[in-house]
Write a protein that binds this ligand. Sequence first.
Ligand code: AP5
Ligand code: MG
Length: 213
Amino acid sequence: MRLILLGPPGAGKGTQAKLLAEKFNIQQISTGDILRQAVKNKTKMGLKAKSYMDQGKLVSDNVVIGIIKDRLDNADCSKGFILDGFPRTIQQAESLSQALKQMEIDIDYLIDIEIDFNYLIQRLTGRWTCRECGEGYHKMSNPPKKKGVCDKCDGELYQRDDDKEETIQKRFEVYRKETEPLKDYYQKNGKLNAIKGDGGIQEIFSRITNLIT
Ligand code: AP5
Ligand code: MG
């Protein structure tokens, strides 16, 4: 099973990708998570990416395309994967399609989570993420059992630096300009499946699993 999840910031890509990865025993590949790990480890790439991420701008295509190619080459992707947050520009989509062609594999489903922007600010400003395992929570809709502590690994929960309201607005602007055109791009080759992103986490998960199984 090879999937791509598209959708605006806060649509639930990460939340659904984790559930899908568990259910189908495939790898979740999130460029956002990989970049945040690089920032945390203060690698050369992380130090360079940080200022873009903090401003809500995209990191350069070359960097993220390199990340994805490396990751797809890894043996653990042979059973399948879910791309979460990639591709985000036409150039990324084109490089991905070339890389998949070279690997002689194809994407099974491309799922666009569609949701009204009004819901998203609330989702993003209330998000808490585990510093250790990356599990996502929400203070209202998906709270941890114990405040500030991850249910899965007891790790510390933190709020992302780019989940401030002014940075969120910039991320929406970048999404509309750079990423939304991908819908047309994929629609043309008949691959795009839109699902509604409103409702509870399990409800959306059912919509996706009904589509792909
Ligand atoms: P990235 O980490 O990919 O951020 P994003 O696209 O802005 O998306 P989010 O992770 O914010 O949202 P999500 O859709 O995953 O929502 P989630 O499931 O967490 O990218 C961050 C930055 O990295 C970018 O700005 C850029 O700088 C850089 N970057 C990354 N990839 C790149 C690329 N390919 N090219 C260039 N630069 C790149 O859910 C949000 C919240 O809502 C959570 O609290 C969750 O618990 C809650 N929630 C989820 N579903 C529901 C529901 N159904 N009901 C109620 N609450 C819900
Ligand atoms: Mg995410």
